[in-house]
Design a protein around this ligand. Structure first.
Ligand code: PGA
Ligand code: ZN
Length: 438
């Protein structure tokens, strides 16, 4: 009898550090064929959604302030390894089903979504390596499409909210270079964002602001208010020689579940609270505030404009703004098909942010992308604020023709690694196009 060489021979997890200096998990999957293996590591959020799958941490204050992940590592090295040894790495569906059943909870609370995702992604890599092909091609097979779209990229150039110790409330200010005469390829888009990023640095410096960066590589100055951030970005786009609102657009992640949480803390649970500048909004005022921003600035996308449990207001908000701009659900949908289906049924948002560690396996991640696309929701593949050098999301974005990606600033290797991988993919693909829109 011949042994199938793509069977899993060994699985080994270890604890490594992420970009914030917090422990996370890395997994190696070894196949029967002596030389084939796959490695993956798992990122971590700071403005984590309430409904995300569980990131298992030890909570032992004597180690890494309670953040160590030895238990998740042990779960991989014992329970998961035992269940997956001799299973075929090429059958991602079956592998992920075993992981889901082994955990047995709805939110990966038993094994930890960090444990299951690390294994799931490492298996996909081992399988791609087994076929001597690129990861995006393997993902294309799993998703059943021909990878050819380089994603419209949302580059984070200014950080606020929970990602920076500054006076800015909105968590992420991003620039998106749209396809145009000057920007024909992903490489052009990366150059464009980098030029804007460096112009912004020069502007901040000239005004006497800090040019230190936040968790996702964007600058984190203490500004007068959030509009000033938008004014400086407009200036930077212009200084870099691009036309805002024609060639380059702005995207925001308000991460407003955080503002809801802060409003609750001051006893005003109905509305939203900019805790850094002590400004409270009723929900109605908060929507009007965003409408005004859209009128004044070339904003094409807002993520988590309202909080993760504010479904009724999300309906009103989507009815008002959904035909003008992209409304992305991050904490709202948490890469979860049930929550996304509720959004589709109730006409809430028109796009989903995809973070594999919010759900815990590759198959479930692909299911969320598929459901979104079938219902004409846009898809934005995303990093986390705590990242590793793993570039999986770059291949995921191209492998599913997702259409969009956000991976932070064009600065700091944890962010840039993904963009650099997109450069390589663009070079490799014979038939490719930057973004879905021509
Ligand atoms: P997080 O931030 O990784 O801290 O959750 C990213 C986001 O909110 O999109
Ligand atoms: Zn977000």
């Amino acid at each position: 009898m011949t042994i199938k060489e793509s069977l899993i021979k060994d699985i080994k997890a270890r604890q490594i550090l992420d970009s914030r200096g917090n422990p996370t998990i890395e997994v190696d999957v070894q196949l029967i064929t002596g030389f084939t293996s796959g490695r993956a590591s798992v990122p971590s959020g700071a403005s984590t959604g309430k409904f995300e799958a569980v990131e298992l941490r030890d909570g032992d204050k004597s180690k890494f302030g309670g953040k160590s992940v030895y238990k998740a590592v042990e779960n991989v090295n014992t329970t998961i390894k035992n269940a997956l040894t001799n299973k075929d790495a090429q059958n991602q569906n079956e592998i992920d089903k075993i992981l889901i059943n082994l955990d047995g909870t709805t939110n990966k609370a038993k094994l930890g979504a960090n444990a299951t995702l690390g294994v799931s992604l490492a298996v996909a890599r081992a399988s791609a390596n087994y076929k001597f092909g690129p990861l995006y091609e393997h993902i294309g097979n799993l998703y059943n499409c021909e990878p050819q779209i380089l994603p419209l990229s949302l580059f984070n150039i200014l950080n606020g909210g929970k990602h920076a110790d500054n006076s800015v409330n909105i968590q992420e200010f991003m620039v998106a270079p749209f396809k145009c005469e000057k920007i024909k390829t992903f490489a052009d888009a990366l150059m464009c964002s980098t030029e804007i990023y460096h112009k912004l640095k020069a502007i901040l410096k000239a005004k006497g602001y800090s040019t230190a960066v936040g968790d996702e590589g964007g600058f984190a100055p203490n500004l007068k208010n959030d509009e000033e951030a938008l004014d400086l970005i407009m200036e930077a786009i212009n200084d870099a020689g691009y036309k805002a609102g024609q060639e380059v657009f702005i995207a925001l992640d308000i991460a407003s579940s955080e503002m809801k949480g802060e409003a609750e803390k001051i006893g005003k649970a109905d509305g939203y609270y900019f805790w850094k500048t002590d400004k409270y909004f009723t929900t109605e005022e908060f929507i009007v505030y965003q409408e005004k921003l859209i009128e004044k600035y070339p904003i094409f996308s807002i993520e988590d404009g309202l909080a993760e449990e504010d479904w009724e207001n999300w309906k009103i908000y989507t009815a008002k703004l959904g035909n003008k701009i992209q409304l992305v659900g991050d904490d709202l949908f948490v890469t979860n098909v049930s929550r996304l289906q509720k959004g589709i049924d109730e006409k809430v948002a028109n796009a989903i942010l995809i973070k594999p560690n919010q759900i815990g396996t590759l198959t479930e991640t692909l299911d969320a992308i598929r459901l979104a696309k079938q219902n004409n929701y846009n898809v934005v593949i995303s990093h986390r604020s705590g990242e590793t050098d793993d570039t999986f999301i770059a291949d995921l974005a191209v492998g599913t023709n997702a259409g969009q990606i956000k991976s932070g600033a064009p600065c700091r290797i944890d962010r840039v690694a993904k963009y650099n991988q997109l450069l390589r993919i663009e070079e490799e693909l014979e038939k490719s196009s930057y973004t879905l829109k021509d």
